[in-house]
Design a protein around this ligand. Structure first.
Ligand code: ADP
Ligand code: MG
Length: 700
C-alpha cells in the first residue's frame, strides 16, 4: 500500500470528525486502507427490471418499475400496516409496511414512477413486497456504471447518522478516485502464474464491478490473498520452528509400553488407533518437536492413545503430563489411567484446584525429583510452583477450552521443549483446522472400537410426550438408565431453571417412587447435594437423571443408554452432538431423543435433521460451520484467530483455502525462512496483517 492509503478518513470530503469517529467506533474504519478493505457482504443484481406478470414464488430479490395507485391501512392497532397498490401495467402487487408508516406516506406519492426493489412473497393469495426499497430512477446514479450493487453492512447507529451502505460505497469511490497507484501485495511470480490479476484492478472491481466476470475474478484474487497469507504465516512459523527447535528424541520402545501392550490392554487396538500411535512415535523419534492435533469422536479411544504416548516418554526417561479442562474430566482421566497402570510401578498423581496443601507439597517434591512419572490435572498444572524434573510430553485434552496464552505457560517450564499432543473430541471442520491449527500435524481416529452400536436419534414434537414416557418405561424395564437434559443459557437463566424444575416434576409424576427414582442435577445445587444425586445415578440406584448441561463434559456411565434433550432447538449443533456422545458407550442399543416445539426456525430444523441423519462428527462440524459461520463455532473465540477475515469465508471457501495452503507450502519448500529477495513482499505483508503480538511460533 502506498502512503496515501494510511490517510485518515476524516480528511475525506464529506466525512468530518464526527462521522469519522462513528465509522471507527462502529466498523473499525480509520484509514483509506480500512475503507478499501471493507468489503461488501453481498451484491444485488440490478441489471434487469422484471414485469409483474413474470414473478413467481421462487425469485429472491427483484426490481420492478411502475406506479403506486393508492395507499390504504389494514389491520387493527398493533397489527396495523400500510399497503400501497403498485402496478406496472402487466399486473399489480402490494407493497407493505409495518413500521415508519408516516414516513412512507410523506415520501412517496401515487402516480409517480418508482423503481421498487424487494423480495416477492405470496400473502392471502396476493403478491406482496414487505418493506421494499423504493427509488426514483436517477440518470446519474452509479447504477449506470454498474448493475451489480454492492451492499455494505452498517449499524443502527450509523444509519441514524445517515451513514448507509450507499454512503460507504460513495466514500470508497472517492478513495479509489484519489489513490491511483497501489503497491502490489503478492509476489509478481505468483500473480502471473496463477493469473490472479493486479491488486488495483481487484480493489476497483470488488467495490465497483464492471461486470459479473470481473467481480468474480477480483473476489477470487482477494480471497486467495487473504487465505494465502494466513497459511503462509502459520506455515512459516512451523518451518522456522523445525529449523530452530530441537526435539527430544524418544528412540526407545521400552519395557513400560511393551508390558502394557502385552499384559494390560485386554483388547485389540483399532486400526485407526494403531495408525495414530505410529504417527506419534514417528514424530517423537524424529528429532523435531512434535506438535500434533489428535481428533476423534467421543469414545473413539483417544485417551488410550495418549496413555501409550506417555509410556513412550517414560520409557525414554522423561516425565509426562495430561491437562484436562475440568476437574471432573481430570479426575476421570486419573482414575482410568491409574487403573490401567496399577501394579506397573509407575507413579501417577492428580493435581486440581481441590488438591490439599499437604498433598501438594509432596507432589511438588516428587515432581522436581523425578520420582513422579505422570501428572494429571486441570489448569492447576500451569501454576508457577509446578516444576518438572524433565518433562518430555504434554498432552492437552479438549484443546478448545484452553486459551493459547495459557498453553504457552506449560512450555516455559522446561529448558527443552516437550512434545505436544492436543486431543479434541470436538471435530473441527477441515478448513477451520487448517486455519486455527494449520501448523499442527493432524491425526484422526475415524473408527470406533468394535461392538459399539451407533446411537439412534429421533426427533419428537411435544405432542409425542406420552409416547416418549412409554418408551422410557420400556427402557427402564430393560435395566437402562436415562438422561433428560434441559438447556441453560445465561440470558434466560431464571426461566431455564423454571423449565428444569417443571420438567423434573413432570418426570417424577410419570415415574413415581417407590418404583422409580429420579434425580435432578444442576449448577445451583450445593456441591454435596449434587454429588449425592450423581452418585445415586452412577451406582444405578436412580433410573433417570434430569439435568442441565452440567453433564456435558465427562460423565461416563455405560448403562445410561438414553439421552433425551428437551428444547433441543435451543442447543447448538456441536453441543447436541457432544451430549449425544454421552450415550452409546455400552454394548446396548442407545437412543438420543430430541424434543422440540413445532415452531422451528429454518436453521433449527436443519440442526435437528442433521443430527437425526448422521453420527459423523466431522459432517456435523461442517454443517455447523456452514450454518453459523466460523466466528460462532465454539472455541474459536478462545483459541483466538490472530487475524480477521475480511473477505474469505471458511464455510464456503474451502477450496481456495486448500489451494492457498498448497501455494504457501510450495513457497516455503523453496525458501524455508523466506530469505529470498523476491519473497520480501511476503514478509512485509505478513507483518502488516498479524495484529497479535503473541509469539505464536512456540505453540499452535
Ligand atoms: P476418548 O478419549 O476418545 O473419548 P477413550 O479412550 O476414553 O475414548 O475410550 C472410550 C472407551 O473405549 C474406554 O472405556 C476405553 O477403554 C475403550 N476402548 C478404547 N480403545 C478400545 C479398543 N480398541 N477396543 C475396545 N475398547 C476400547
Ligand atoms: Mg476421553
Amino acid at each position: 500500500m502506498n502512503r496515501l492509503t494510511d490517510q485518515e478518513i476524516k480528511y475525506l470530503k464529506g466525512v468530518g470528525p464526527k462521522k469519522a469517529e462513528l465509522l471507527e467506533k462502529e466498523l473499525g474504519i480509520q484509514t483509506f486502507y480500512d475503507l478499501l478493505y471493507f468489503f461488501p457482504y453481498k451484491y444485488i443484481d440490478r441489471s434487469r427490471i422484471y414485469s409483474i406478470k413474470e414473478i413467481d414464488s421462487t425469485q429472491t430479490f427483484i426490481q420492478l418499475k411502475g406506479k403506486i395507485t393508492h395507499f390504504r391501512m389494514e389491520g387493527q392497532r398493533y397489527k396495523q400496516r400500510l399497503v400501497a397498490v403498485f402496478t406496472d401495467g402487466t399486473g399489480t402487487v402490494e407493497l407493505v409496511w409495518f413500521q415508519g408508516l408516516q414516513w412512507v406516506t410523506r415520501n412517496y406519492q401515487p402516480g409517480r414512477e418508482y423503481i421498487v426493489f424487494g423480495r416477492p412473497a405470496v400473502y392471502n393469495n396476493r403478491l406482496s413486497f414487505a418493506h421494499p426499497e423504493i427509488e426514483i430512477e436517477e440518470k446519474d446514479d452509479n447504477r449506470l456504471y454498474t448493475s451489480l450493487q454492492p451492499q455494505y453492512s452498517t449499524t443502527e447507529k450509523l444509519r441514524n447518522n445517515f451513514v448507509t451502505s450507499k454512503t460507504i460505497h460513495r466514500l470508497i469511490g472517492q478513495v479509489l478516485a484519489q489513490v491511483n497507484t497501489f503497491e502490489e501485495t503478492l509476489p509478481a511470480d505468483l500473480i502471473i502464474k496463477l493469473r490472479l490479476g493486479g491488486l488495483a484492478d481487484a480493489l476497483r472491481n470488488v467495490h465497483y464491478p464492471e461486470n459479473a466476470d470481473k467481480l468474480r475474478k477480483a473476489t477470487y484474487r482477494l480471497k486467495f490473498e487473504e487465505l494465502f497469507y494466513i497459511q503462509l504465516n502459520i506455515l512459516a512459523q512451523k518451518s522456522k520452528r523445525q529449523v530452530v527447535v530441537k526435539g527430544i528424541v524418544f528412540s526407545k520402545v521400552g519395557q513400560n509400553l511393551n508390558n502394557f501392550y502385552n499384559t494390560r490392554l485386554g483388547f485389540e487396538l483399532t486400526e485407526a488407533q494403531k495408525r495414530v500411535i505410529r504417527e506419534i512415535r514417528k514424530d517423537m523419534g524424529s528429532g523435531k518437536q512434535m506438535n500434533r492435533l489428535l481428533q476423534g469422536d467421543v469414545g473413539s479411544g483417544k485417551t488410550l492413545v495418549a496413555l501409550m504416548a506417555m509410556l513412550i516418554a517414560l520409557d525414554n526417561g522423561y516425565q509426562a503430563c495430561l491437562m484436562a479442562p475440568t476437574e471432573l474430566l481430570a479426575n476421570q482421566h486419573f482414575v482410568t489411567i491409574s487403573r490401567f497402570l496399577d501394579g506397573m510401578g509407575i507413579s501417577v498423581l492428580l493435581l486440581t484446584g481441590s488438591t490439599k496443601k499437604s498433598e501438594r507439597e509432596i507432589l511438588h517434591e516428587q515432581l522436581r525429583s523425578g520420582e513422579l512419572h505422570i501428572l494429571i490435572g486441570t489448569h492447576a498444572l500451569l501454576e508457577d510452583t509446578v516444576q518438572f524434573n524433565n518433562l518430555g510430553l504434554v498432552i492437552i485434552d479438549e484443546q478448545h477450552r484452553f486459551g493459547v496464552a495459557q498453553r504457552a505457560r506449560l512450555w516455559k517450564k522446561t529448558e527443552q521443549l516437550p512434545h505436544v499432543l492436543v486431543m479434541t473430541a470436538t471435530p473441527i471442520p477441515r478448513t477451520l483446522a487448517m486455519t486455527l491449527y494449520g501448523d499442527l500435524d493432524v491425526s484422526v481416529i475415524d473408527e470406533l472400537p468394535p461392538g459399539r452400536k451407533p446411537v439412534q436419534t429421533i426427533h419428537y414434537y411435544e405432542s409425542k410426550r406420552l409416547v416418549l414416557f412409554g418408551f422410557m418405561k420400556k427402557q427402564i424395564a430393560l435395566g437402562r438408565q436415562i438422561y433428560v437434559v434441559y438447556p441453560l443459557i445465561k440470558e434466560s437463566e431464571k426461566l431455564d431453571y423454571v423449565a428444569l424444575e417443571e420438567g423434573y416434576e413432570a418426570v417424577t409424576r410419570a415415574f413415581p417412587p417407590p418404583e422409580y427414582t429420579v434425580v435432578c442435577v444442576h449448577g445451583q445445587m450445593k456441591p454435596e447435594d449434587k454429588e449425592s444425586a450423581m452418585q445415586l445415578f452412577i451406582k444405578g440406584k436412580a433410573q433417570i437423571m434430569v439435568a442441565t448441561t452440567v453433564i456435558e463434559v465427562g460423565v461416563d456411565i455405560p448403562n445410561a443408554s438414553v439421552m433425551i434433550i428437551e428444547n433441543a432447538e435451543r442447543f447448538g449443533l456441536s453441543q447436541l452432538h457432544q451430549l449425544r456422545g454421552r450415550v452409546g458407550r455400552g454394548a446396548d442399543q442407545s437412543y438420543c431423543i430430541l424434543m422440540s416445539s413445532y415452531k422451528l426456525s429454518h436453521e433449527a430444523r436443519k440442526r435437528l435433521s442433521t443430527l437425526v441423519e448422521t453420527n459423523d462428527g466431522f459432517e456435523i462440524a461442517e454443517t455447523d460451520l456452514k450454518l453459523r459461520g466460523p466466528g460462532d463455532i465454539e472455541g474459536t473465540q478462545q483459541s483466538g484467530i490472530p487475524f480477521d477475515l475480511k473477505i474469505a469465508n471458511l464455510g464456503q471457501d474451502g477450496q481456495i483455502l486448500q489451494f492457498a495452503r498448497e501455494k504457501a507450502l510450495e513457497l516455503l519448500a523453496d525458501d524455508p525462512l523466506l530469505e529470498k529477495p523476491e519473497n520480501g513482499i511476503c514478509t512485509l505483508q505478513m507483518a502488516r496483517l498479524v495484529k497479535s503480538t503473541e509469539d505464536w511460533s512456540v505453540i499452535s
